[in-house]
Design a protein around this ligand. Structure first.
Ligand SMILES: Nc1ncnc2c1ncn2[C@@H]1O[C@H](COP(=O)(O)OP(=O)(O)O)[C@@H](O)[C@H]1O
Ligand SMILES: [Mg+2]
Length: 273
C-alpha cells in the first residue's frame, strides 16, 4: 500500500500520516513514513524528541552522499551526472525507527525518513539533489513491498508521472473552508494530468455534520473517504509532544474508518470514480 497525503497547510496531513503509519504497523506491516513536506514535522507527530532524531538528517542536506551517488556536487548546474543513482539502501540507512510499544502494542515497525528541502529542488531544476530526491521517491513508491506513507506539501505537481502512477491512494485533506477545497480541486485536475484516478478527500477537523455537508457538497466528482473530527486530545498531544495515536482514541477510530474505506475501494476496482 502506497499512500500520499496532500492538502493545504495546517489541515491535519501530518496527524493523518502519523496515525495511518501506526495503524499499518499495528496490522503487522513494515511502514516507511516519508516526510516530504519542506515544512517537516512528522517526527513530532510520532512523539520523537531531539535525542531520538539527532541522527535524522534530511536527505536533501546530505551533500556528500548525493555527490557520491550522482557523480555531481549539489548546487552545481549543467554538467554530467547519473540519472539513475542507487537509492535502495537509503530508506534503511537514513531513517530512524519510530518507537514500538505504543498501545495497542504494535507488531510491525515504522521507520521515518525526512526528504528535506533544497532551494534548487524547490525550483524544479535539473540538478543533482532534485534528481536524487525524485529517484528516491520513485523507488519508495514503485519498488518496495513496505507500506509507504508520504506526508506531502500542498499540491502534487512536483511528482513525476511514474511516481504518481505507483501511488495507490492520494488523500487530499480539506478543512471546512473554500480555500482548502480549492487546493483539493487543483489536486484533482493535476491528478488527471498525471494519469491518476485514485484521489480521495478526507474532511479534517470537522466540528459538525454541517461541516461535512459543506465539504461533500463542493467535491465535484472526487471520492469522499470520511472525516476526522476536531479533537481537543489531538491538540493536547501536540502540546505535550506525544503521538496522537496514543492520546486521541476517537481520532484513531475516525482514521481507522478512513483506512478501511480506502482499502475496500482499492480492492474492488471500478469503485473509484
Ligand atoms: N483532528 C484534529 N483536531 C484538532 N486539532 C488537530 C486535528 N488534526 C490536526 N490538528 C492540529 O492542527 C495543527 C496542524 O496539524 P498537522 O497535522 O500538522 O497539519 P498539516 O500537516 O496539514 O500542516 C496541529 O497543531 C495539530 O495538532
Ligand atoms: Mg504537516
Amino acid at each position: 500500500m502506497k499512500i500520499a497525503i496532500t492538502g493545504k497547510g495546517g489541515v491535519g496531513k501530518t496527524t493523518l500520516s502519523a496515525v495511518l503509519s501506526h495503524l499499518y504497523s499495528a496490522d503487522g506491516r513494515t511502514v516507511i513514513a516519508v516526510d516530504a513536506d519542506p515544512d517537516a514535522n512528522l517526527a513530532a507527530a510520532f512523539g520523537l524528541d531531539k535525542e531520538q532524531t539527532k541522527d535524522l538528517r534530511p536527505i536533501a542536506e546530505m551533500g556528500q552522499l548525493i555527490e557520491e551517488r550522482t557523480g555531481a556536487r549539489p548546487g552545481s548546474m549543467g554538467g554530467v551526472f547519473k540519472l539513475n543513482p542507487r537509492v535502495d539502501d537509503i530508506p534503511q540507512a537514513c531513517s530512524v525507527k519510530v518507537g514500538g510499544g505504543v498501545p495497542p502494542h504494535t507488531s510491525g515497525s515504522i521507520r521515518l525518513l525526512v526528504m528535506g528541502k533544497s532551494k534548487e529542488a524547490a525550483s524544479g531544476c535539473y540538478c543533482p539533489e532534485n534528481v536524487f530526491l525524485k529517484r528516491l521517491l520513485k523507488h519508495l513508491v514503485t519498488e518496495r513491498d513496505d507500506v509507504v506513507i508520504v506526508d506531502m506539501e500542498a499540491g502534487i505537481e512536483h511528482l513525476t508521472r511514474g511516481t504518481a502512477e505507483g501511488v495507490d491512494a492520494f488523500i487530499v485533506v480539506v478543512e471546512p473552508g473554500r480555500r482548502s477545497i480549492q487546493t483539493a480541486l487543483v489536486v484533482r485536475d493535476m491528478s488527471k494530468t498525471l494519469g491518476v484516478e485514485n484521489v480521495f478527500v478526507v474532511a479534517g477537523k470537522v466540528r459538525s455534520p454541517a461541516d461535512v455537508e459543506f465539504i461533500t457538497g463542493l467535491l465535484e466528482g472526487m471520492n469522499y473517504a470520511g472525516s476526522v473530527g476536531f479533537s481537543q486530545a489531538v491538540v493536547e498531544a501536540d502540546i505535550k509532544g506525544i503521538p496522537p495515536y496514543e492520546n486521541a482514541p476517537e481520532t484513531v477510530k475516525d482514521i481507522k474508518k478512513i483506512k478501511d474505506f480506502i482499502e475496500s475501494c482499492i480492492k474492488r476496482p471500478g469503485t473509484i470514480r
